[in-house]
Design a binder for this molecule. Structure first.
Ligand SMILES: NC(=O)c1ccc[n+]([C@@H]2O[C@H](COP(=O)([O-])OP(=O)(O)OC[C@H]3O[C@@H](n4cnc5c(N)ncnc54)[C@H](O)[C@@H]3O)[C@@H](O)[C@H]2O)c1
Length: 346
């Protein structure tokens, strides 16, 4: 079997998530990795050996990695506000890439990236993993099959314990910069993309409140976001995102989609989807026995990336313009909470 040689750009948290995913994909092999920081090479080498593979070459110069003939495609996992120059190098080298989301910290940055990629004929796919997560795919399938009639109202809640985020991103990390929105763009953008995809509709307006919490015991920042989004198809979508509570509360993701025929789709964690029907007491359930790279969609997403963008067997189902729209929704959370205004989308 011909394997696509993958180069990793960035060796932090998401590079590990993608490595777990790619390690189980027969068509792909991670052959090279780049980080400016040699100490990250050492740490990543320990991690990859534990996972059962070794990276052939580590680079501190991105251009050198992109000249490596073994590198057919790149996974770029660099924080949004630093990603554009790296993406530009990848485009200049003509390598197809998955760019983690948000691909830039501004919508204009995503437009520039898309324009440059088009000019150079390079395919880029943004990493919007929730579209590939079994629980959300099943929910969309039930909505598309008209099991609940037209959706009326959606409630989505995603809580992550503060200590778990502190393990993911150490104090001092780019993500704890409150002036740049802290973790809010990263922790909300995947749901925003999922909402547009699931409803097949665009947002009209968004209102949000944000409560920040200094967490000196962890050296990080807690957040609690509540927001209401009105969609063009008249659906009201309410979100709650938080990382401001004790570890014993545990991780929790729940989604409830209520439809006009009285039925509802409920997602109770990434492993379980329930369809409540109008007949009293009748419900159907689906369980997904899934391991880490699958549960939030990363492995099926990376499989799709290899099949579509790298091998060209199909069109990617998610484009940079989707990433731009999702980013605008996440930025609207910050703007609405600062100004206490409803944000209208064009
Ligand atoms: N899809 C998901 O589920 C998901 C989850 C978390 C984060 N993300 C996204 O992944 C991206 C990366 O996040 P992460 O969690 O891996 O971050 P991280 O801090 O763990 O790692 C970032 C990497 O980028 C490098 N880097 C940082 N600043 C740089 C700069 N100025 N120039 C060059 N390299 C630089 C670091 O050295 C490190 O290798 C972000 O866009 C984030 O929003 C996606």
């Amino acid at each position: 079997m011909v394997k696509a040689g993958i180069g990793l750009a960035g060796l932090g948290f998401m590079a590990r998530v993608h490595s777990r995913a790619l390690n189980g994909i027969p068509e792909a092999k991670i052959v090279a990795a780049w980080s400016k920081f040699p100490e990250e090479h050492v740490k990543f080498d320990e991690f990859s050996k534990k996972l059962g593979f070794e990276i052939e070459t580590y680079y501190t110069n991105i251009e050198k990695m992109l000249e490596d003939p073994g590198v057919d495609a790149v996974i770029c996992a660099i924080p949004s506000r630093f990603a554009e120059p790296i993406a530009n190098e990848i485009i200049r080298a003509g390598k197809p890439a998955l760019i983690e989301c948000p691909p830039s910290d501004t919508p204009e940055g995503i437009d520039r990236m898309e324009k440059f990629a088009k000019e150079r004929g390079v395919k880029l796919m943004p990493g919007h993993c929730y579209r590939f997560a079994p629980c959300f795919k099943k929910s969309k399938e039930l909505v598309d099959k008209d099991e609940i009639g037209a959706p009326l109202f959606v409630h989505f809640r995603e809580f992550v314990p503060a200590d778990s985020l502190a393990r993911q991103w150490a104090p001092g990390s780019w993500i704890w910069d409150k002036d740049k929105g802290g973790p809010i763009p990263t922790m909300t953008v995947f749901c925003m993309d999922m909402a547009r995809w699931l409803l097949k509709s665009e947002p009209v307006s968004l209102y949000a409140t944000v409560k920040w919490q200094e967490l000196p015991q962890l050296g990080t920042l807690g957040y609690t976001v509540s927001n209401v989004i009105k969609f063009e198809n008249d659906v009201t979508w309410v979100n709650e995102f938080s990382s401001s509570f004790a570890p014993s509360v545990g991780s929790s993701m729940k989604m409830e989609i209520f439809g006009e025929n009285g039925n509802a789709v409920m997602v109770d964690g990434p492993e379980r989807v329930i369809l409540h029907t109008e007949k009293k007491g009748v419900k159907r359930e689906w369980y997904f026995d899934i391991t880490r790279p699958e549960r939030w969609g990363h492995k099926p997403q990376d499989e799709h990336f290899i099949r579509s963008v790298v091998l060209g067997h199909e069109e990617p189902i998610v484009k940079l313009q989707d990433a731009k729209k999702a980013l605008k929704m996440s930025l609207a959370i910050l703007e609405s909470s600062k100004t206490n205004r409803v944000i209208q989308f064009d």
